[in-house]
Write a protein that binds this ligand. Structure first.
Ligand code: ADE
Length: 224
């Protein structure tokens, strides 16, 4: 998979992709992540990338030209499955979207800033608009990092234990059950007996019950 991220703040996207699972995924060749500075594409004398909004009002709007030129250049080089715009007024990100997007070959992710991008970029280029939650961030970069992480960990060969993404919370519509490791007892708090029994069917049943109970308590909406 190849992911191209368009941003005004490329530095913000450096650290999330240079550690741990995302770093290894790139080293193993499972994913290529390319970060593009939108400002590099501005043909304006002062490399400007934003302007006042028509109709008045506070806040600048990201202009069409540099974004359109960057997307058109990328599209002339390869086909893209989706052009995703990170925005608080997008569809709230769910695991099912990540599962679908993990099947793509090439993705563009556009990060908004200020008041966002000129609506015509959304009308002409964007195929999906995604929000990572009902709150407003300073820009789309953190959302792009969240989305990229959630997609890339699903790619074949990225996680060491191939089954571990399948047992994540949400993959079966339920939250994950509690997990324990050594010591067997900490200040009087013991690991549930069943997990020490070695009885794999009973352990699976217990985990399933715990998942259902947790989901009922914390995310009843998932059970609807
Ligand atoms: N940009 C600003 N807020 C955002 C959010 N909640 N999700 C995605 N992109 C954003």
């Amino acid at each position: 998979m190849r992911i191209d991220i368009l941003t005004l703040l490329p530095q913000l996207l450096q650290s999330p992709f240079s550690d741990s699972i995302l770093k290894r995924a790139q080293e193993k060749g499972c994913v290529e992540i390319h970060v593009h500075n939108i400002r590099d594409y501005s043909t304006h004398r002062q490399k400007s990338v934003d302007d006042y909004q028509y109709g008045g009002g506070a806040g600048m709007v990201m202009t069409i030209q540099p974004i359109a030129d960057c997307i058109n250049k990328l599209k002339s080089e390869r086909d893209y499955d989706e052009v995703i715009y990170m925005t608080p007024d997008g569809v709230i990100l769910e695991q099912s979207h990540c599962n679908t997007l993990s099947l793509a070959k090439n993705l563009i992710i556009l990060c908004g800033h200020y008041k966002g991008v000129d609506q015509r970029i959304r009308d002409l280029f964007v195929t999906r608009e995604i929000s990572i939650g009902s709150y407003v961030l300073s820009g789309g970069e953190l959302g792009a990092a969240v989305l990229t992480d959630a997609i890339v960990r699903l790619l074949p060969g990225v996680l060491n234990d191939e089954t571990s993404a399948l047992t994540d919370s949400f993959q079966d519509g339920l939250l994950a059950p509690p997990v324990y490791t050594r010591p067997e007892e900490y200040e009087g708090h013991k690991v549930p007996e069943i997990l020490l029994s070695g009885h794999s069917t009973k352990i699976e049943e217990w985990r399933y019950e715990q998942s259902v109970q947790r989901t009922k308590e914390r995310r009843p909406d998932l059970l609807d």
